[in-house]
Design a protein around this ligand. Structure first.
Ligand code: ACO
Length: 156
């Protein structure tokens, strides 16, 4: 069955399922989560969903990172708990990188993780200095683990 990565705002029928998926990992009020997901658009922020047929497998959010040109900050990467360890997380990230390159003209992806460093390192991400989510290099905790990846690479 085909696996596709599509913008959530073009498939609003998945809004509630997506909300439930993210909330199963990071609990937040349904209303606040929905509001955040409803902000998805063709310009950042953009929520992308991984579909297998009509089954929702995963989600990733691309947020703006004004301090770095042609970049974005990747957040809320999640694969349905019952579908983990089957390669879908890697596929979600590979398709996200493709989407960034081809659709958004984004050449660098930053993200921050505590606990999934091994997963991202396997995908070629490298540790870097913390970046500011806002215009200047302020307000980032020293112990943040940020990793980045140059997303300019041959697309096979
Ligand atoms: N440490 C080391 N290796 C890992 C880890 C980890 N934490 N997680 C997965 N891997 C490995 C797998 O063993 C696999 O290795 P292999 O290729 O040698 O077999 C490889 O990474 C790819 O694994 P996938 O099956 O593609 O990953 P999966 O579908 O399980 O998705 C994900 C990984 C997205 C992290 C999933 O476990 C998940 O949803 N976790 C809960 C939410 C979470 O923590 N998300 C990341 C938050 S950070 C952020 O959003 C920027």
């Amino acid at each position: 069955m085909d696996l596709v990565l599509v913008p959530l705002h073009k498939y609003p029928e998945y809004l509630q399922k997506c909300c439930d998926l993210i909330n199963s990992e990071w609990k937040r009020s349904n209303t606040a989560r929905l509001r955040s997901l409803e902000a998805s658009s063709d310009k950042l922020p953009t929520s992308l969903i991984l579909l297998k047929g009509d089954i929702l497998l995963g989600h990733v959010k691309l947020s703006p990172l004004p301090s770095v040109p042609n970049s974005c900050f990747v957040e809320s990467v999640v694969i349905d708990n019952s579908e983990r360890g089957k390669g879908y997380g890697s596929l979600l990230m590979a398709k996200t990188e493709d989407y960034c390159r081809k659709t958004m003209n984004i050449s660098v992806i930053y993200l921050s993780t505590k606990g999934q460093e091994g997963f991202y390192c396997k995908l070629g991400y490298i540790e870097c200095m913390p970046v500011s989510l806002y215009g200047e290099f302020k307000g980032i905790r020293q112990n943040d683990f940020s990793i980045s990846k140059q997303t300019i690479k041959p697309v096979i």
